[in-house]
Design a protein around this ligand. Structure first.
Ligand code: SF4
Length: 230
């Protein structure tokens, strides 16, 4: 692949990078979160994120990565013995060609989920994809980036996730539940920040308040700890 010259117009995609995405890693593990937790899954981690959440566990995906053609990505994905695929980041939608990747994966008959920060428009994502949309809480440091119009385009197989850092975040998240009036029961996940918010305490709050949400632990971290590629 030829490098981009320093004088090149950065807004223009060089001919050599058409159909390519910047990829931090593609790996095979158990899905640790959301509805598909526990299923063997191929993860495609796209490079780059415009947010800087204080608890981010994927900072290594902010920079670097390798350009891969979507054909190469597809070849690698289908080499693993599972039909579950999770496109994650970083913020995968920060790369426009992520939409094409999601189309191609869905076309292949794979069960595709997308983990997104909730700060970018999700409306153009293939209808077959299950979108897991974060709503950033105050203690994430990024709650002003929430794109609230995303709630208007949710579909029944999407999920909304609150990553909870503190009691303040929990109280804020409870208040936002009233905004999830989409005409169907959207699956809502409350996820404690690993090593920061006590999971048992969060579970007690949810039980006490009788919330129609699911408390989720990050299965991969319980099994392997907080390491990349798992
Ligand atoms: S949106 Fe996700 S990848 Fe980006 S900074 Fe926040 S936690 Fe990290």
């Amino acid at each position: 692949m030829s490098p981009i010259s320093a004088s090149a117009d950065k807004r223009r995609v060089p001919e050599s990078r058409k159909g390519m995405l910047k990829i931090t890693e593609i790996f095979y593990s158990l899905q640790g979160e959301a509805r598909d937790a526990g299923h063997p899954t191929v993860f495609i981690r796209l490079t780059g994120c415009p947010l800087r959440c204080v608890y981010c566990d994927s900072e290594y995906a902010f920079h670097g990565g390798d350009w891969m053609h979507i054909d190469q990505i597809m070849e690698k994905v289908v080499s693993y013995p599972t039909r579950f695929v999770c496109v994650t980041g970083g913020e995968p939608l920060a790369q426009k060609r992520c939409l094409e990747l999601l189309d191609r994966l869905s076309e292949k008959g794979l069960q595709v989920s997308l983990e997104t920060s909730g700060a970018l428009d999700i409306s153009q994502v293939d209808k077959r994809v299950s979108r897991v949309v974060d709503l950033k809480t105050p203690d994430s440091g990024e709650h002003e980036r929430n794109l609230w119009s995303n709630l208007e385009v949710l579909r029944p197989h999407d999920q909304v996730k609150f990553v909870i850092c503190s009691r303040r975040d929990y109280d804020w998240a409870v208040k936002q539940l009233g905004r999830l009036d989409c005409g169907f029961d959207v699956d809502v996940l409350f996820s404690p920040v690993w090593g920061q918010q006590d999971a048992t305490e969060l579970a007690e709050w949810v039980l006490h308040d009788g919330l129609a949400v699911r408390v989720q632990l990050q299965l991969h971290k319980i099994l392997w700890g907080d390491v990349p590629g798992k």
